[in-house]
Design a protein around this ligand. Structure first.
Ligand SMILES: [Zn+2]
Length: 107
């Protein structure tokens, strides 16, 4: 199977209700293990401390909300979503910290 068919097939399976267990991001099967977009994760890092759902991480990462698409993720994509979100937050927080610690140049 070429790459396009591998992606289109699971997508079709989902749309024709043949399978509910398709990862929203990679189109992989989530039969074995999956997380719901509504599942909440507790994130604790030096630069952030919050509990939030995969759905809210999605909106931060620019993944649009679409109720007709799969509401589940495979474990790989769940981990990637968390890491991407953390990375984005790290970038923001380091920007802020550098801005605050910058010496005024008008001395
Ligand atoms: Zn996936």
């Amino acid at each position: 199977m070429d790459e396009e068919v591998e992606i289109v097939m699971p997508g079709l399976k989902y749309l024709t209700s043949e399978s509910e267990h398709i990862c929203r991001l990679c189109f992989g099967s989530t039969e074995q293990q999956e997380v719901s977009l509504e599942d909440s994760v507790k994130l604790q890092r030096p630069y952030l401390d919050e509990s939030l759902t995969f759905a809210s991480m999605f909106s931060e990462l620019g993944v649009f909300e679409e109720p007709s698409l799969p509401q589940v993720l495979c474990m790989n994509c769940a981990t990637m979503t968390i890491n991407s979100y953390l990375f984005k937050k790290l970038c923001q927080s380091s920007n802020e910290n550098w801005n605050m610690s910058k010496k005024p140049r008008t001395e």
